[in-house]
Write a protein that binds this ligand. Structure first.
Ligand code: BMA
Length: 318
């Protein structure tokens, strides 16, 4: 029985697996949980991050405005499903991830700043989701999908990232970098590359890795290229706890791919893009937040023992 190593979260958003569903991950029946026009000038609200906060939940949300500028906003929720978003844009950037670490909430995101070379991974931290303290950028340009680990490993902070180009990159591998102080990053390691057709174009890290007694459970997005463009799906791998760049198991196929209307139709069709996961160590429940078609926020569920068993039974590393 695989177990989550972490805090209990009695009020994790949850819905039991529908009868007859054979998949290890299932969608929330009321998806999408955030519609594209939830804010006055939002064109779309999607790839977003949430964490438990003060008995409820807080989040940082990607909002593309009607001007199509890409911004981040904060939001709060009592149940993790119904959200009040602030109509105040505090960062230029996109695809945020959140991680509770050392008594802070750390935000990592794709920072669109004036660096001529392109985007970098920005890092900021907050205790109250009101004021954010900027840290040094974690990468050189061009990089996306920066994801911090929720604790130090071997006394080092760990960060996944995905070097890429300035455009709609037609390649991409996940790398891990280490830092003693969240300022100087080094000791870089390759983690995974594209492999099967479903993730054969590029891959990028997803939610904050989940610590389990079988290793770090990592959901990621994988991209395939068809005659109709890119299709983004979600897969998973498990790494060694002490050397998280060493992949122990990796599922051969996707775990969630664009099938519903809100995943197949939107500003960018056929996109499932996971950026956050809540976990309850007591029950093993996992709630995954993902963007649908670059337009809305959706929710899916799985259970740690079942998902770890599934990855091991369908393992390209075996
Ligand atoms: C990636 C990122 C994501 C987006 C995806 C699909 O390159 O920009 O924000 O969801 O493309 O358009």
């Amino acid at each position: 029985m695989a177990k989550i190593i972490g805090k209990e979260l009695a009020n994790i958003p949850w819905q039991d697996k529908p009868q007859g569903c054979k998949d290890p991950i299932w969608r929330y029946s009321e998806n999408p949980i955030i519609q594209r026009d939830a804010l006055p000038k939002s064109n779309s609200i999607f790839n977003s991050a949430v964490v438990p906060y003060k008995g409820g939940f807080a989040g940082v949300f990607r909002v593309d405005l009607t001007s199509r500028l890409q911004k981040l906003v904060t939001g709060f929720s009592e149940d993790g499903i119904h959200w009040q978003l602030n109509n105040r844009y505090f960062y230029d950037g996109y695809d945020p991830r959140l991680c509770e670490l050392d008594g802070w909430f750390y935000l990592s995101f794709v920072k669109k700043n004036s660096i001529p070379g392109g985007t970098v991974i920005g890092i900021a931290r907050t205790k109250d989701f009101e004021s954010f303290e900027d840290l040094e950028d974690a990468t050189l340009p061009v990089s996306r999908n920066g994801v911090l680990f929720p604790r130090k490993v071997n006394d080092m902070y760990m960060l996944f990232s995905r070097p890429c180009d300035k455009g709609h990159t037609p390649y991409g591998d996940i790398y891990l970098s280490q830092s003693p102080d969240l300022t100087f990053w080094g000791k870089h390691h390759h983690v995974i590359s594209p492999y099967n057709t479903w993730d054969g174009t590029k891959v990028g890290a997803g939610p904050t890795p989940i610590e389990t007694d079988e290793g770090w459970l990592c959901f990621y997005h994988g991209v395939t290229t068809s005659c109709n463009g890119f299709t983004y799906s979600m897969g998973a791998f498990i790494t060694d706890i002490h050397e998280p760049w060493k992949v122990l198991h990796r599922a051969d196929g996707y775990l969630l791919n664009p099938r519903t209307l809100y995943e197949c139709v939107g500003d960018v069709p056929n996109v499932v893009f996971p950026c956050a996961a809540l976990t309850d160590s007591k029950t093993g429940r996992i709630a995954i937040y993902y963007g649908g078609a670059d337009t809305v926020v959706a929710l899916a569920f799985c259970e740690v023992n079942e998902i770890v068993a599934y990855i091991k039974e369908n393992d390209i590393m075996a």
